[in-house]
Design a binder for this molecule. Structure first.
Ligand code: UDP
Ligand code: MG
Length: 211
């Protein structure tokens, strides 16, 4: 597609080309409240459908561990259940996608607010193929988070309540945005893991590796 300086001032709705580091990529955003099972199901999707799993939270935790200059700031935000500035998270996601040999990515736990979403699309020119939304009650999510015991600084009842609030106030609008674009595939995530994966499998069938 050629662009010239005197092209008409009509801005196309789709400003995305989904090209990153010279390769065309497929991105699926995996969203849902804390404890809705995003990470668990992403592991299954990787195994069966050849995607690479990028957990924004895991990338941020790795950044803390690496002793980066942003580490202290990120750690404070996570402890308080707040959303880390977009530029930090986007840079980590972008680097991980460029470094990877793969061209199919599950981005888990991002974008968490409308600003995250708009910044990601503007910076990367990538828009998701679709959004997988794990729908679960707070009661069930709270039970899972308190039971999972991964030693995370944010899996205590006080931070969990804050994360629920942030999810409802900031992250649900992102799901509504993609819903208005018909891009959301919603799953009942309160069911047992294998049953949820059956629903996930039906959604990913078109992405199954061809034999
Ligand atoms: N986080 C963030 N931006 C992201 C992803 C995560 O700021 O894009 C921070 C935020 O403080 C969040 C924490 O990392 O509460 C843990 O996120 P993760 O996705 O690992 O856990 P979840 O809350 O989904 O269980
Ligand atoms: Mg997670």
């Amino acid at each position: 597609m050629g662009t010239s300086v005197d092209a008409p001032a009509v801005v196309a709705e789709e400003v995305t080309d989904n090209v990153l580091g010279g390769k065309k990529v497929t991105v699926v955003f995996v969203l849902g409240g804390p404890g809705s099972g995003k990470g668990t199901q992403c592991t299954n999707i990787v195994e069966h459908f050849g995607f690479t799993h990028l957990s924004a939270g895991d990338l941020l935790r790795a950044e803390i561990k690496s002793g980066s200059e942003n580490g202290t700031m990120i750690e404070t935000m996570i402890k308080e259940g707040k959303i880390v500035p977009s530029e930090v998270t986007i840079k980590l996601l972008q680097e991980a996608m460029i470094k990877s040999e793969n061209d199919k990515f599950l981005i888990d736990g991002f974008p968490r607010n409308e600003e995250n979403r708009a910044a990601f699309e503007n910076v990367t020119k990538i828009s998701p193929a679709f959004v997988l939304f794990f729908d679960c009650t707070e009661e069930e999510m709270e039970k899972r988070l308190l039971g999972r015991n991964q030693g995370r600084v944010d899996d205590n009842i006080e931070t969990i309540r804050k994360r629920f609030k942030v999810f409802v106030e900031s992250s649900l609008p992102v799901i509504e945005y993609y819903s208005s674009k018909d891009k959301v595939k919603k799953i009942d995530a309160a069911k047992p893991i294998p049953e949820v994966f059956e629903d996930v499998t039906a959604i990913f069938a078109p992405y199954a590796p061809k034999v």
